[in-house]
Write a protein that binds this ligand. Structure first.
Ligand SMILES: *[C@@H]1O[C@H](CO)[C@@H](O)[C@H](O)[C@H]1NC(C)=O
Length: 214
């Protein structure tokens, strides 16, 4: 069963459309909507897969990125991944066809709430697929076993780990710069010490020569 569907802009995670669920909606959905929002904010990071399955037990998110948008759904763990990805591909194509040209300029969230009508219709089609129709989905779709499966915590905190690494790296480079400066100063000191020592020694020789030889 598909519990929740959201469409967001990849660039900044702005939510464009959502499925409007009935009054019997699961109260936990606020939590999962928030997780989805955090996930959306990570989409513009480099190396983000264009299709992914993200587990958040007891459910699972699936998403696809198409052009400027990301379509995501939350499903029961036993909902077939092929149906989920077929559903997402379907709504992504329809959304891009209808409203894709306006995505870049939208500023307020949930601008395309009307799209819910299409989401509901598609959801029915992919949930009620008979075994016969499922076979068609199986054939028309890419091999979903190759789509990466991650965990929600890892996805949400991925950027943070990188930030920590980056700040450690910059600490290290500050330290090494300081070390190089200190080393250069020590070098200069030791050079000057040698020069003074040499001068002192020359002076001593001069005095000795002057008193004892001349
Ligand atoms: C999205 O596209 C549909 C069909 O072209 C149109 O009727 C609808 O008004 C558009 N929605 C917005 C918010 O522009």
């Amino acid at each position: 069963m598909v519990l929740l569907t959201l469409i967001a802009r990849v660039r900044d995670g702005l939510i464009l459309a959502t499925s409007i669920e009935g009054p019997d909606e699961n109260p936990d959905m606020v939590k999962y909507t928030n997780q989805a929002k955090m996930l959306f904010r990570k989409l513009s990071a480099p190396n983000t897969p264009s299709q992914q399955t993200v587990e958040s037990r007891p459910y699972v998110f699936h998403y696809v990125i198409k052009d400027q948008i990301c379509c995501l759904c939350l499903c029961d763990m036993n909902f077939p991944r092929k149906s989920a990805f077929a559903f997402l591909e379907d709504i992504a194509n329809e959304f891009n066809g209808q409203n894709g040209s306006r995505v870049a300029t939208v500023t307020r969230p949930y601008h395309f709430l009307d799209f819910d009508a299409y989401i509901q219709q598609a959801k029915k089609r992919y949930s009620d697929r008979s075994r016969f129709a499922m076979a068609a989905v199986n054939n028309e779709l890419t091999d979903v076993t190759r789509i990466m499966v991650s965990n929600i915590e890892d996805v949400i905190h991925r950027g943070e780990a990188l930030n920590i690494l980056e700040s450690r790296a910059s600490d290290l480079s500050d330290m090494s710069r300081k070390y190089r400066q200190d080393a250069a100063m020590l070098n200069r000191r030791s050079m000057m010490f040698k020069v003074f020592a040499a001068l002192g020694f020359a002076g001593l020789i001069f005095l000795i020569l002057r008193f004892f030889v001349l």
